[in-house]
Write a protein that binds this ligand. Sequence first.
Ligand code: CP
Length: 343
Amino acid sequence: MHTWDGAAVRSRHLLAWHERSNQDWERMVLDTVAEYQGKKQRAAERRGSIGLVFLNPSLRTLTSMEAAAVRLNMHPTTIIPGQGTWSFEWRDGVVMNADRAEHIREAVGVLSRYFRMLGVRSFASGTDYAADRDETRFRTILDAATVPVISLESAFYHPCQALADAGMLHHRFKGATAGRKFVLAWAYHPKALPMAVPNSALLMATRMGMNVTVARPEGFSLDPGIMERARMYASGHGQSVTETTSLGTAAKDAEVIYAKSWGAPLRYRDPEAEAQLRERHKQWRITEPLMAHTSRGVLMHCLPVRRNVVIDDAVMDGPQAVHLLQAEFRLHAQVAILARALG
Ligand code: CP
C-alpha cells in the first residue's frame, strides 16, 4: 500500500534554493565539492528509483541525472510525454475532449506510486508572466506528488544548475568566493530564452557572497522580486548588486563572466516587439577583447551555447572558458541532490 508522510516528503522537494535554509544550501555546496574531490564516501548501498519527466529537451540534465542515479545504485526511468506516453493536460476544470489524454494530476499521482522520487523539467510558458513567476505549473506537480520532486528546470529556477555552479566556483576559488566580482552577462540569442538560469545564477552568486553586476541592455531587466532577493543575499555578505547597460564596463576586473541569453519581459505582452528589440543587440557577444578586460576571469555558460552568436570560438576554445568543468559539476551536484532526497 502506498503511504506518505506529507511533511517529510515536502521537506525534500526541490523547486528553488531560496526556499531552502542557508544551512541546507551551504551543506549542499560542500557535499557537491566533496563528491568532486572524492573525499567523502557516498552511501553506495542506497537503493531506489527515480522517474525523470522531461517536458522539454535536454542533454546535460537528462544524462547527468541518469548517471547520478546510477552512481547511487538507483534506477532511473526517463519519460518524455508525447513520445510513447500520453500528452498531459495541465488545466484544472477543463473538459478533456481534445488531444490531451491524461491529466498531469493523475500522471504525477501514478508515477508517485512507481518511483521513490521524481524529477521534472517544465520550462516557462513564455505567455503568462504571473503564472511563470509563481511557478503555477510546477506547484501543480508538487501538489499532486506523494514522493519528493526535484526540479530539472522550471519556469523561473534551475536549482540543479545553480548548485553545480556554486560547487564549481567553490572549488575554483578554494572556498573563497566572497567579494569576487561576478558578472551576469546578457548575450544576444535568436530566440527569447527563459529566465530560469539567469535568475538562479544571480541568486547563487549573491548567496555565495560575490560582488555581482548584471549587464544587460535596456528592457532586459530580470524580475523585480528576484532582484530584491539577490540584493538581500548580497547585503547579508556586505556586498551589492549593480546593474549596467554596458557590457564592457561590467567586464572590467571581473573574476567571473557568466554569459546567458534571456528574453525581455516584453515578450509576454508583445513577442514581435521583443524580437525587434533583441535583434538590435547582436553586438552583445562574448569576445576575446571583452575577456581581456577581465581580471583573468573565467567564462561560464550553462550550455547549450550557440558559438559565434553568444560566445566566440576563440573564447570557447581559450584558457578562460570553464564551461566543461561547469557541466561536470552537474553530475556532482545531482549526486548530492539525490542523496539529499533519499533522506
Ligand atoms: N544547462 C542545462 O540544463 O543543459 P540541458 O538543457 O542540456 O539539460
